[in-house]
Ligand binder design. Structure first.
Ligand code: SF4
Length: 327
């Protein structure tokens, strides 16, 4: 297989990946108090791979810096609105929703989005909603809700959750999948391109939601009966929903054993036993994922298999991100 940037197979899209972000996380002083919430992991490690596209919906709708703080409030009847704290008659809900409408084309080209947690505009989940004196952590920021409803396939995560190795890997892995999807679409949509994309991602899908790879394969097999665009949209929606499910050690171990099957006739018995024992140690939490993957890659260098070489499972993102060392 030919390789491009970072040793990744060609056709995956070159250069940094466009990812939307709440401006304050990059260090822009756009918060209501004139400060920022710069995140070191984002501005350090992730900036190496992602081309961050910052956006502050509150500044966009003209609230200014500094500005009066706002919050989510549950009205009589249950509706959630975003209002100014010192004067709840000032309601910014529609304006914040509209800020996405202005930027739909911009957002449609993104491969992921990192949002600022707890914000009544940007928070992805568990944002405080006030009802009387007591808040309940049950809301979603108004802009974040509009974004996630308009682009349900878009990988979205909060900076706080990126501290969790499983959630971090899940998010970054989905960003790279969507990037490859866009790269495939840029080459021109065809049934053959969809089939190849699916084959390249089968093992990744298996590690998240076993069985989904077959359902998605059937969706593509039905391609002839529907318009290609319609099939592609349905496929992307299902694919990204499957990938949101966390890949556990048990699911990865099953995929690793499946991959090992491709070496069945090439490995000596002691190599097979060593590999199987390593996969079992990984399943039991004694080793990180990178260890059996490294050994498998070593064996596939000696005994190449074209299907495995074309699969993204063995190298879903650049190794420098050091994600599989913590899984
Ligand atoms: S959380 Fe969102 S709205 Fe608030 S300052 Fe950051 S980018 Fe702006």
């Amino acid at each position: 297989m030919q390789t491009g940037v970072s040793g990744m197979p060609q056709g995956a899209g070159d250069g940094k990946i466009p990812v939307g972000i709440s401006s304050c996380l990059l260090g822009d002083p756009v918060r209501y108090d004139g400060h920022h919430k710069r995140n070191a992991y984002i501005t350090g490690t992730l900036c190496e791979h992602f081309d961050f596209r910052p956006f502050c919906p509150e500044v966009e709708i003209g609230l200014g810096i500094p500005r009066k703080p706002i919050r989510l409030t549950r009205k009589q009847g249950g509706e959630i609105r975003c209002v100014q704290i010192d004067d709840p008659s000032i309601d910014h809900t529609e304006a914040l929703q509209g800020s996405l409408e202005q930027r739909r084309d911009w957002a449609a080209r993104l491969c992921g989005y990192i949002l600022k947690k707890d914000s009544p505009s940007c928070g992805m989940e568990r944002v405080r909603v006030w009802h009387g004196e007591m808040p309940a952590k049950e809301g979603r920021g108004i802009y974040a809700a509009a974004l996630m409803e308009a682009f349900p396939w878009l990988p979205v995560e909060e900076e706080g959750r990126l501290g969790d190795p499983l959630l971090r890997e899940n998010f970054i892995s989905r960003v790279f999948v969507l990037r490859r999807w866009f790269a495939m679409r840029e080459q021109g949509l065809s049934a053959a391109a969809l089939m190849r994309f699916h084959a390249q991602h089968k093992l990744i899908i298996m590690s998240h939601r076993p069985g989904s790879q077959q359902a998605l394969g059937r969706l593509l097999a039905d391609c002839g009966r529907k318009r290609l665009e319609e099939t592609a949209d349905a496929y992307l929606g299902e694919l990204m929903a499957s990938l949101r499910i966390i890949a556990t050690r048990g699911k990865h171990a099953n995929v690793l054993l499946h991959v090992m099957g491709y070496l069945k006739s090439s490995l000596a018995s002691d190599d097979r036993q060593e590999l199987a024992a390593m996969i079992d140690d990984y399943r039991r939490g004694l080793l990180p994922l990178v260890v059996p993957i490294t050994l498998l890659n070593h064996f596939f260098r000696k005994h190449p298999d074209p299907w495995i070489a074309d699969s993204w499972y063995m190298k879903p993102y650049p190794a420098e991100l050091i994600l599989r060392n913590q899984l």
